[in-house]
Ligand binder design. Structure first.
Ligand SMILES: [Zn+2]
Ligand SMILES: [Zn+2]
Length: 412
């Protein structure tokens, strides 16, 4: 049993904490994990086999089959490895049942639901100036959205200036120096663009007025970091240019931040272009065209960002405002009222599920634009409901305190 343990540092990762614990006793991380296995063997041999032998697979969310067993291993170690309880469960990242948008998985770290896609794999960049002040790794460097250090105003460094190797302190088992021996603290840094610094700050829960003058960018005004995750994930899945090399690069993040400038101008430009294209391609007005052939999966990816209520989902709120404006426009945009939603899209607009949509339709509250064959089962994938009729059902029956027309109309 170990007598002493380090205290975790602010937002420290489990891996960083274990590296410091190993250092305290002159072990490598691998040797520390061997000690873990000895403790587990004593307590429960079945569990010992469930703990991997290397640091990069140790965290709970890496467990392939049962993260409950991994959790149990870490609980046992937390209690018995050290004289004082080790805070390893508190630092671990586990799986979350929450899904963003159309079904993006998420991970849970210290009460935050983080889209799994945002977790870096392999390369974990560092801020040499932070390492100079305190040698450890904060969790935020694992997030792809964090490209800069807002405290030092510099870009995170991904690659060694001496040997060009990409950093991965977890597989290296070391956050003080690169495998070539060059210390992180001695590495030069580049100034980061202000937008990257702001983004890094808000991801870490800082309010923009604490750090910078006002900005009209939606991303920097959100009250909750989950809304920020939701909005960026939405941009990436819906609005970002497609292509074989689509990834969250510096360029994509720059483009994403500028998309949310003067919100919702760029969104409305994008949606108006889609309407114009649909009108150009159709030989008759939008009548009987599936809504998703005009707008793609707009409604489905705009759910759960992280909520469905308009008051807490600024992206969906702007989309409702846009559709409402189109439906009541004096020009050809009002044609989209005749486009057809499928059951899942109706469920998004009404904030319900597809069974409820079937029931609303059965009871005659929600008219179908096409008659089903006698005895045909309701298929939520089929576009059957006019946008305008569905919108009217929402206005008449499905508004609530946290999701109503006033929430977006009051802006005008
Ligand atoms: Zn720093
Ligand atoms: Zn190197």
């Amino acid at each position: 049993m170990l007598l002493l343990r380090p205290d975790p540092l602010p937002a420290e990762t489990l891996e960083s904490f274990l590296i410091r614990l190993a250092e305290l006793y002159g072990y490598t991380p691998k040797q520390l994990i061997e000690r873990f296995h000895i403790i587990l063997d004593e307590k429960d041999q079945k569990l010992s086999g469930a703990l991997p032998g290397n640091l990069s697979q140790l965290n709970i969310y890496h467990a392939n089959t049962s993260s409950a067993i991994r959790q149990k291993c870490l609980e046992l170690l937390a209690e018995h490895m050290c004289k004082h309880r080790l805070p390893i469960i508190e630092l671990a990242v586990s799986r979350s049942k929450f899904r963003y948008g159309a079904g993006h998985r998420s991970l849970l770290w210290q009460g935050l639901d983080i889209p799994r896609y945002f977790m870096r794999r392999g390369c974990i960049p560092v801020c040499p100036r932070c390492i100079e002040e305190a040698a450890y790794v904060p969790f935020y460097w694992h997030l792809r959205l964090v490209r800069a250090c807002y405290r030092h105003g510099c870009m995170l460094v991904e690659q060694c200036p001496t040997c060009s190797k990409q950093f991965d302190y977890v597989s290296l088992g070391n956050f003080r120096e690169c495998s070539c021996g060059r210390s992180f603290a001695s590495m030069p840094t580049d100034m980061a663009p202000e937008s990257f610094q702001l983004l890094a700050a808000v991801v870490q829960g800082k309010k923009v007025d604490e750090i910078s003058a006002s900005t009209s960018n939606l991303l920097f005004q959100l009250g909750d970091v989950h809304q920020l995750f939701g909005a960026i994930l939405w941009y990436y899945t819906y609005a970002a240019p497609r292509g074989p090399h689509r990834t969250l690069s510096n360029a994509t993040i720059t483009e994403c931040i500028s998309f949310f400038d003067e919100w919702p101008c760029r969104l409305y430009t994008l949606l108006n272009e889609k309407i114009q294209t649909a009108i150009m391609l159709a030989d008759r007005p939008c009548s009987d065209i599936p809504f998703n052939s005009i707008f793609g999966n707009l409604l489905l990816v705009s759910r759960r960002l992280p909520e469905n209520f308009l008051i807490a989902n600024p992206v969906l709120k702007a989309i409702f405002a846009f559709l409402d404006e189109c439906l009541h426009a004096d020009d050809e945009r009002s044609e989209i009222g005749y486009s057809l939603l499928n059951g899942y899209e109706v469920a998004t607009l009404l904030d319900t599920d597809s069974e409820q949509v079937a029931s609303l339709s059965d009871k005659g509250y929600l008219p179908m634009a096409k008659k089903l064959k006698h005895n045909a089962r309701f298929n939520p994938r089929r576009p059957l409901f006019r946008l305008e009729a569905t919108f009217n059902v929402w206005v008449a029956r499905h508004q609530c305190r946290r999701s109503n027309r006033h929430i977006y109309l009051s802006r005008w």
